[in-house]
Design a protein around this ligand. Structure first.
Ligand code: UT7
Length: 332
């Protein structure tokens, strides 16, 4: 009997309609289009403003419904809905449970997965393991973040970077050897002082003081995070190539987390990859945290061919980082 692998069989995505451009940010904080473009590669990002009171689940539901519609998926056949996110709807109730109900996945269980910008990458490993175990046949993994809910739009070090969005993929069993091939995932908790949000968790619950002192917004020591990200993302991608004896010619696409164009370029250089093989959409969405990787698949799906070798790489708060090697399973 051939080995069961876990392949991506459908993709969906959603970004909010409102576009926050670099020019608009120039009127909000002390910054300029030239600085943002040369330091990050970002020109614009999306912000969820469609309806008051809509959270991350709104984005996740849109992306999942896009996948269901385009992929002709019967939602009642979905076994598990996972929402990878750093900005769940709320602190206690599972966002994924709500999403599952709203998309008609009435036979599924659901939970959230939180590993900052590596949430989706780690979720791919989790989703694939469920499929490879033979216990489940359809696992829906959504990466969704409403970063605007934790961004201080008076802080130029963070508000120029992040955006809102969601992407979804369906994992199913495959007997042709396609899908997830290998992974190398890492974490180092000493990094949490460089990137995070002070208040709102169990260490510092919300008080009048925490609100007044703007502690419910994300902070980032950009320079330190950059140093860790640039070396670690390149290291893990190179390691995945080595352990699978992949040359640059074997790789069809690098699917890198979209935090900074300079980090993406450094990773591609280390892998010896031509720019034409590097998926990029940071210029139009910024850093959407858990949604960057599935939004790349959403944007590039038309160009993907069955058997293509994809190398994913991500780095995020925690610190968390890693790389996954996956064979694409279908022609669009
Ligand atoms: O996705 C999760 C992981 N996150 C990352 O991987 C992000 C990693 N870090 C980065 O991408 C970069 O560090 C940033 C884009 C956040 C910042 O770029 P940088 O080249 O590291 O800039 P910097 O923080 O070293 O600041 C350089 C200068 C400073 O001025 P001085 O001290 O040289 O006079 C900053 O005050 O740029 C100034 N600056 C800005 N100027 C205009 C900082 N932010 C801005 C801004 N507009 N928005």
């Amino acid at each position: 009997m051939s080995k069961l692998t876990a392949a991506i069989s459908a993709v969906g995505g959603y970004v909010p309609k409102f576009i926050l451009t670099n020019k608009m940010l120039e009127g909000m904080v002390d910054t300029n289009d030239e600085w943002i473009t040369t330091r990050t590669g970002i020109k614009e990002r999306r912000v969820l403003k469609e309806d008051e009171g809509e959270g991350t689940s709104y984005l996740a539901i849109k992306a999942a419904n896009d996948l269901i519609e385009k992929g002709g998926v019967d939602p009642t056949e979905i076994d598990l809905v996972m929402v990878a996110t750093a900005t769940p709807d709320g602190m206690v109730a599972s966002t994924a449970a709500f999403v599952a109900s709203e998309i008609g996945a009435t036979n599924a269980f659901g939970y959230d997965l939180l590993a900052a910008c590596s949430s989706f990458l780690f979720g791919m490993s989790t989703a694939a393991s469920y499929i490879e175990s033979g216990r489940y046949k359809k696992v829906l993994l959504i990466g969704a973040d409403k970063m605007s809910s934790i961004i201080d739009y008076t802080d130029r070090t963070t508000c120029i970077i992040f955006g809102d969005g969601a992407g979804a993929v369906l994992f199913e069993p495959n007997t042709e050897g396609l899908g997830l091939q290998d992974e190398y995932l890492r974490a180092d908790g000493s990094g949490r002082k460089f990137l995070g949000m002070d208040a709102g968790g169990s260490i510092m619950p919300a008080t009048e003081e925490t609100v007044k002192n703007r502690k419910h917004f994300i902070y980032q020591d950009g320079k330190s995070v950059f140093k860790f990200a640039v070396s670690n993302m390149a290291d893990v991608a190179a390691r995945i190539m080595e352990s699978n004896e992949l040359t640059d010619e074997d790789i069809s696409w690098l699917v890198p987390h979209q935090a900074n164009k300079r980090i993406i370029d450094a990773t591609a250089r280390r892998m010896g990859l031509d720019n034409s093989k590097v998926m990029t959409n940071i210029q139009k969405y910024g850093n959407t945290t858990s949604a960057t990787l599935p939004l790349l698949l959403y944007d590039y799906e038309d160009q993907l061919k069955k058997g293509d070798n994809l190398v994913f790489a991500a780095f995020g708060g925690g610190f968390t980082w890693g790389s996954i090697y996956l064979k694409w399973a279908y022609d669009k």
